[in-house]
Design a binder for this molecule. Sequence first.
Ligand SMILES: NC(=O)c1ccc[n+]([C@@H]2O[C@H](COP(=O)([O-])OP(=O)(O)OC[C@H]3O[C@@H](n4cnc5c(N)ncnc54)[C@H](O)[C@@H]3O)[C@@H](O)[C@H]2O)c1
Ligand SMILES: [Zn+2]
Length: 368
Amino acid sequence: MTTLTVGLGERSYPIHLVDALPAATVAAEAERVRGRQGRALIVTDSNVGPLYAADLRQALESVGLQVVLVELPAGEASKSLDTISAVLDRALGAGLGRRDLVVALGGGVVGDIAGFAAAILHRGVPLLQVPTSLLAQIDSAVGGKTGVNHAAGKNLIGAFWQPRAVVASLAVLATLPERERRCGLAEGIKHGFIADPALVDEVLANAPALAALEAAPTRSLVAASCRIKAEVVAADEREGGRRAILNFGHTLGHAYEKLLGYGALTHGEAIALGMIQAARVSEAVGVAPAGLEAIVRAPLEAVGLPVDTEASGLPDVPALLAAARSDKKADGSTVMFVTLAAVGRPLIRTLAWDHIGEALRQRSGLQK
Ligand SMILES: NC(=O)c1ccc[n+]([C@@H]2O[C@H](COP(=O)([O-])OP(=O)(O)OC[C@H]3O[C@@H](n4cnc5c(N)ncnc54)[C@H](O)[C@@H]3O)[C@@H](O)[C@H]2O)c1
Ligand SMILES: [Zn+2]
């Protein structure tokens, strides 16, 4: 087991990376946080629950906790206030008290829902994150952002609520569907781009093994990613500044997702294309020397993520920009855009949308 720490003063917490199934480590953390008494609410989904919830329940019961299990329908559609209401009903109906635990067992969807429920139940109860998708292990389980979607947009309702511990198990990734694996890889490579050139080299050197989620390179990617995310979050928990570098590739990635998501493109695939475009913008506005785009493209392509922004079915530059500008966080004539001066050197710039559009149109014209 490897343990990292998210340094947030008295709210600091460990991230345990384990090769085995997570149950025993989660039970040890539950005992540390709650003692050998009380209740634990496991929140999971209809894919993950049948595979791993029984084992976790047994381990929590073995340290003296009474366990309540809520299994939500898998998928983004569960990230709603209705689900939160149902989870709270179950928790309060079962008598969960202020010191009792919420345990999130699942991907980012479960983590965001369970985290938000934990944040508002009794004005905040202890939370353990047990991420089971690569994306959740690399990204969403660390950092304390929780929340649900609204008809007006994604993640518009939520709270910062840090877990008391994160337990990321390599063993559970064995059952993760192929396409979901690549989602996590995109975010892991993003961490390399914003903070760690050696990580990018490592991805390039081990791409086929990583794409197959072999143990050694996957362990190393998850560990490096958690270390980077922990460091960024410790420096800027509430995204006053530096934390925004985690959005590299996301301004235009979200636009791809909005236009083609929910089927055609996963979040990770959309972000891969968004990172290519962000590299182009970095070059075009003079932040990066020519050649950055090729450097960004290489590891994404090597693990099988889409990198061809001119592929048929993808939006052209005007459509992409229109979608990006309609984002609530990006209205107005300028946007805070995460550029890269080089791998490991992110720079947040205020850029005019017109300038971004011009840069992308030029590049798209060059490729035709
Ligand atoms: N809070 C944050 O900081 C943050 C960061 C990034 C993303 N997110 C959110 O995370 C969500 C995406 O997360 P995700 O990609 O994990 O999606 P997800 O939770 O929907 O999981 C993807 C799919 O894999 C299944 N699954 C998960 N683990 C499995 C396993 N071990 N075996 C078999 N199947 C498994 C799930 O049931 C689901 O069908 C989005 O809602 C996004 O907004 C949050
Ligand atoms: Zn993302």
